[in-house]
Design a protein around this ligand. Structure first.
Ligand SMILES: Cc1cc2nc3c(=O)[nH]c(=O)nc-3n(C[C@H](O)[C@H](O)[C@H](O)COP(=O)(O)OP(=O)(O)OC[C@H]3O[C@@H](n4cnc5c(N)ncnc54)[C@H](O)[C@@H]3O)c2cc1C
Length: 556
């Protein structure tokens, strides 16, 4: 095994807060203060819900178990002082389609949120020395496809046009609570080529890519973009993922200046500015239920908080059901929880480096913010199989390499870089998930060795420190990443749309009156979309006699 680091951190129990003071919770809060809404967990979704509720004038209390708010949207010094690492997410591409951002509903810029639009958007180097780079400029990207096949360049252009035509319907459905608008399938029957899209959405991403593109490089590039959602690309109903590259050709892959966590910091500041309170180190351990209604929560430290109107949860459904007597949930709900499936988890190494990865391109090297390495389409088709076998597969391991400091030097000391290497490996090893603690260094080393074949400048002397997050560490750090699931659970055919979290309970209203669920276990699922957060706000505001439109139009 190679010598890797001068400094190594492999625990994830205590994340260092940023030196540049993050949002600090209001320490003056008293437990006998009165709240309308108590929000359990502070991921970006529940913060978005709380932000709209606070804007509506409700007294909101947000309780987060960790020392910093943000969940999967958080920035902290994981390696060395001055290196601001995105603990989980980096790209906020999906968030840009949320009306919250598109229509600037919360004016988060006033609370410190600013975006950088990377160009190139994504770079995929291949083992044979060739590469395909996605640029903001469509013609330039098509020229990249044309290097391999003129026909594929035309197919990509066609894909962009077709996706642009349907995107208002697809995103309209994502940012509408289940049952609040016409079901997607009904909408598709009423638009030109809608029937083709019904078929496409039911197909697998692999089928669509294989049929439309002839060259292995084009297919590999598109499959990498498809797998960013962590679903095996050959699974039925992953067809939408085939259009991942088309989606980001339109909106790019923006990153917040200063780190992913700037979004949740801005939301926290917004909530406080609207009279809300946020408390950290507060693990919610019990729901208070009186007269069959949820009226508050109790925390692990013995404190309890009452909600006069509602409790909003982003606690994973697998844990939520343990917080109140089983009989209160009803059998349908318990069945839904029992059958909930995890996803193909991530394996992450954060590095502090003195140089960014440099990929060979014509005339020199390229250091993009995001690069993806995937050996072949066949390698992508192994994802589902490897996950099912519970075996770590380090043969040409697919990986995402993220170097934000290339475009955002505020994240590291002058001339230095944060590099995040993300792979995908099973949570359930044959030896049990605890085995990750024994093997994670070795697995991380193998990813580095493999990356060096593509970025040969990453010699030991460029590496100042590293911090490893195995699938088990991800779950330890955030219980909402159940079994290492970065999106809280699989986004497979049985767990999307009206089936998320389970049939009958997709409208954010939980079986216990007064309790609402948001976050990645609800429609439209995981990633930094803010969809579950805003959708939950729509439902709650309606239940209390107002609407999101009314709240957004308020001049506060
Ligand atoms: C390594 C990694 C990289 C990723 N990269 C990207 C990316 O680039 N782009 C993207 O779009 N997505 C990415 N994702 C996915 C994305 O981060 C998540 O899907 C998203 O953050 C989920 O947001 P959420 O608001 O639903 O919940 P979470 O962010 O999971 O937040 C839930 C919060 O609730 C808290 N909590 C849970 N239980 C309790 C309790 N009992 N009491 C109190 N608090 C509790 C948790 O501590 C946490 O803060 C990535 C994920 C990982 C792991």
């Amino acid at each position: 095994m190679s010598r890797v680091s001068r400094r190594e951190f492999v625990k994830t129990t205590a994340l260092a807060p940023l030196a540049a003071a993050p949002f600090s919770p209001n320490a003056q809060t008293h437990k006998d203060e009165r709240y309308d809404m108590v929000v359990a967990g502070a991921g970006h979704n529940s913060l978005i819900t709380a932000a709209y509720l606070a804007k509506a004038g409700y007294r909101c209390l947000v309780l987060e178990g960790r020392p910093i708010v943000g969940g999967g949207v958080k920035t902290a010094e994981l390696t060395l002082r001055g290196f601001r690492d995105d603990v989980c997410s980096t790209s906020h591409a999906f968030l840009m389609d949320n009306p919250m951002m598109k229509n600037d509903e919360l004016r988060l810029r006033d609370y410190g949120l600013e975006y950088i639009d990377p160009d190139p958007i994504f770079h995929v180097p291949f083992a044979d020395g060739s590469y395909l780079t996605q640029w903001r400029d469509v013609d330039r990207t098509c020229a990249e496809f044309a290097k391999f096949s003129k026909k594929d360049a035309d197919a990509y252009r066609k894909m962009l046009a077709e996706f642009d035509a349907i995107r208002p319907i697809l995103f309209g459905a994502s940012f509408t609570p289940i049952g609040f608008g016409k079901p997607l399938n009904d909408q598709l029957t009423q638009v030109p080529r809608g029937k083709l899209w019904q078929r496409r959405l039911a197909m697998s991403a692999w089928e669509i890519i294989r049929d439309a593109f002839e060259n292995e490089h084009s297919r590999t590039f598109l499959l990498f973009m498809a797998h960013l959602a962590a679903e095996p690309p050959d699974a039925p109903m992953t067809g939408r993922l085939a259009f991942g590259a088309a989606r980001q050709q339109h909106s790019g892959r923006p990153i917040p200046k200063g780190g992913s966590g700037m979004l949740t910091q801005a939301l926290a500041r917004f909530i406080e500015a609207h009279g809300g309170t946020l408390l950290t180190n507060k693990w919610v351990k019990r729901l208070i239920v009186e007269n069959e209604r949820c009226v508050g929560v109790e925390c692990g430290d013995g404190s309890s908080y009452r909600a006069e109107k509602a409790v909003v949860s982003t606690i994973h459904i697998k844990h939520l059901v343990d917080l109140a007597p089983r009989e209160l949930w009803g059998q349908d709900f318990i069945d839904g929880v029992n059958t909930w499936q995890p996803e193909n988890p991530m394996f992450v190494t954060h590095y502090a480096m003195s140089e960014p990865p440099k990929f060979a391109v014509e005339g020199g090297t390229l250091s993009p913010i995001e690069a993806g390495i995937l050996a072949s389409p066949e390698r992508a088709l192994r994802f589902g199989y490897d996950d099912a076998r519970g075996v770590v597969n380090l043969e040409d391991p697919p990986m995402q390499v993220i170097t934000c400091t290339v475009a955002d030097p505020t994240r590291a000391p002058a001339g230095m870089h944060t590099v995040k290497v993300v792979g995908w490996q099973p949570y359930e090893l044959k030896e049990g998930p605890e085995h990750w603690d024994q093997i994670k260094k070795e697995v991380s080393d193998a990813y580095l060795q493999s990356l060096r074949r593509y970025a040969q400048n990453l010699t030991d002397d460029k590496i100042l420190a590293r911090f490893i997050e195995s699938p088990l560490d991800l779950e330890r750090m955030n219980p909402h990443f159940w079994h290492g699931s970065a999106h809280a659970g699989a986004q497979s055919a049985s767990q999307v749309g009206a089936m998320r979290p389970m049939p009958g309970w997709a409208q954010h209203r939980m079986p216990i009156p007064g309790l609402y669920q948001t976050g990645a276990t609800t429609h439209p699922g995981g990633s930094v979309t803010g969809g579950p957060g805003r959708n939950a706000a729509i439902v709650i505001l309606k239940d209390f006699g107002t609407s999101i439109e009314e709240v957004v139009s308020k001049k506060t």
